[in-house]
Design a protein around this ligand. Structure first.
Ligand code: SP5
Ligand code: ZN
Length: 353
């Protein structure tokens, strides 16, 4: 049996927004650093895992295959701005939240010139930027990139990237939903470059609107997402079943929305549907966007999956028998990040040939 590398960086600890806006009211930031520490501890306690803290191999050029240069530079600039403002604000590690949203090109052009341009490229208020945010975001994307690299070099057939901040809501030129750069897309683009066509399976509770956006017109990357129906769940503006891909990639984007209250059996039925579509596509690699906010214990979501079903989810995904990068996404019940990541990967390893 393969040993599985767990890719981790402590740099995420430098990104710690204190609060977020929930319908205009301040609540504690749900995307907490301890989520990843919990996952790290549980994954490394498994007998078949080992940790890698990779060097920074990621270059801007890898990122700009999936994001606009403008978004990348905005992130870098806004982090620098937060650092420069610190002495004037007289408070440490301040996070700047989007507050003016340029809704058309004219507004964008005007606002971009201003130091108050925190709202540029932002589609919501969930992704504030502090002085260390860019470092954390870059290190997070680097984990996904390096996980892809170990698969490409055939050092491993499965790798787990403990990415934080998460990435699947970040589109080519938009950030939001705790996401700044799309880690899964960065891994996928690296894998595609080396190995040809492949698939992204997104099992986070929320639709992976960013990954969908990035590969919308790409027939060489199948994107499949199983998520809460956007009619009544975040991100609301994407994730509907009739979104099937651009003209050149029709059918290569598949959304499987499920109702609030969804339980194990219904979830596994959708999963089988996704896995059949993946098998039919015959991908050379898989990126699994692994969110754990589908579980019953999650404080911010409305599926009722049991802990036990994550082992079964893993087993069914492992049966694909395709080289795989697993990218950590959401999951806001802190301990469940560990418990469920361990169950998922144990299931995968169990059935992987
Ligand atoms: C990566 C990911 O999972 N992003 C999700 C970001 C959106 N979260 C919005 C949650 C809004 C509901 N908050 C209710 C909190 C009540 N305790
Ligand atoms: Zn989520």
């Amino acid at each position: 049996m393969d040993r599985i590398p767990i890719l981790y960086s402590p740099i995420h600890l430098m990104h710690q927004p204190a609060y977020e806006y929930d319908r205009g009211m301040q609540i504690p930031y749900q995307e907490q650093a301890c989520r990843i520490e919990s996952a790290r501890e549980a994954l490394l306690a498994l007998p078949f895992t080992f940790e890698i803290q990779p060097d920074l191999l990621l270059k801007d050029e890898h990122i700009t295959r999936v994001h606009s240069r403008a978004l990348l530079e905005h992130l870098r600039q806004r982090s620098l701005f937060a650092e420069q403002q610190e002495p004037f604000i007289g408070q440490e590690d301040v996070y700047h939240y989007p507050w003016i949203f340029p809704l058309n090109p004219r507004m964008q052009t005007g606002l971009l010139k201003s130091p108050d341009n925190a709202g540029c490229y932002a589609f919501d208020t969930y992704a504030p930027i502090g002085k260390n945010t860019f470092k954390a975001v870059f290190a997070s994307a680097n984990l996904a990139h390096c996980a892809a690299q170990t698969i490409i070099q055939q050092d491993n057939r499965i790798a787990y990237a403990l990415c934080r901040p998460p990435g699947h809501h970040a589109a080519r030129d938009m950030l939001g939903g705790y996401c700044y750069l799309n880690n899964a897309a960065i891994a996928a683009s690296h894998l595609k470059q080396a190995l040809g066509k492949g698939a992204i399976l997104d099992i986070d509770y929320h639709h992976g609107n960013g990954s969908q956006d990035i590969f919308w017109d790409d027939p060489e990357v199948l994107f499949i997402s199983i998520h809460a129906d956007p009619n009544d769940e975040y991100p609301f503006f994407a994730g509907y079943a009739d979104e099937q891909g651009g003209e050149l990639a029709l059918g290569v984007n598949i959304n499987l929305p499920l109702p609030k209250g969804c339980e194990d059996e219904m979830y596994l039925t959708a999963l089988d549907q996704a896995l059949n579509a993946i098998r039919e596509y015959q991908p050379n690699w898989l990126v699994l966007s692994a969110g754990y906010d589908t579980c019953q214990a999650d404080p911010s979501t409305f599926f009722n999956l049991t802990d036990a079903v994550y082992t079964e989810i893993g087993k069914r995904i492992g049966q694909l028998n395709v080289p795989m990068v697993i990218v950590h996404e959401g999951g806001y019940a802190v301990e469940q990040n560990g418990i469920l990541a361990a169950r998922l990967i144990s299931g995968i390893v169990d059935s992987f040939a």
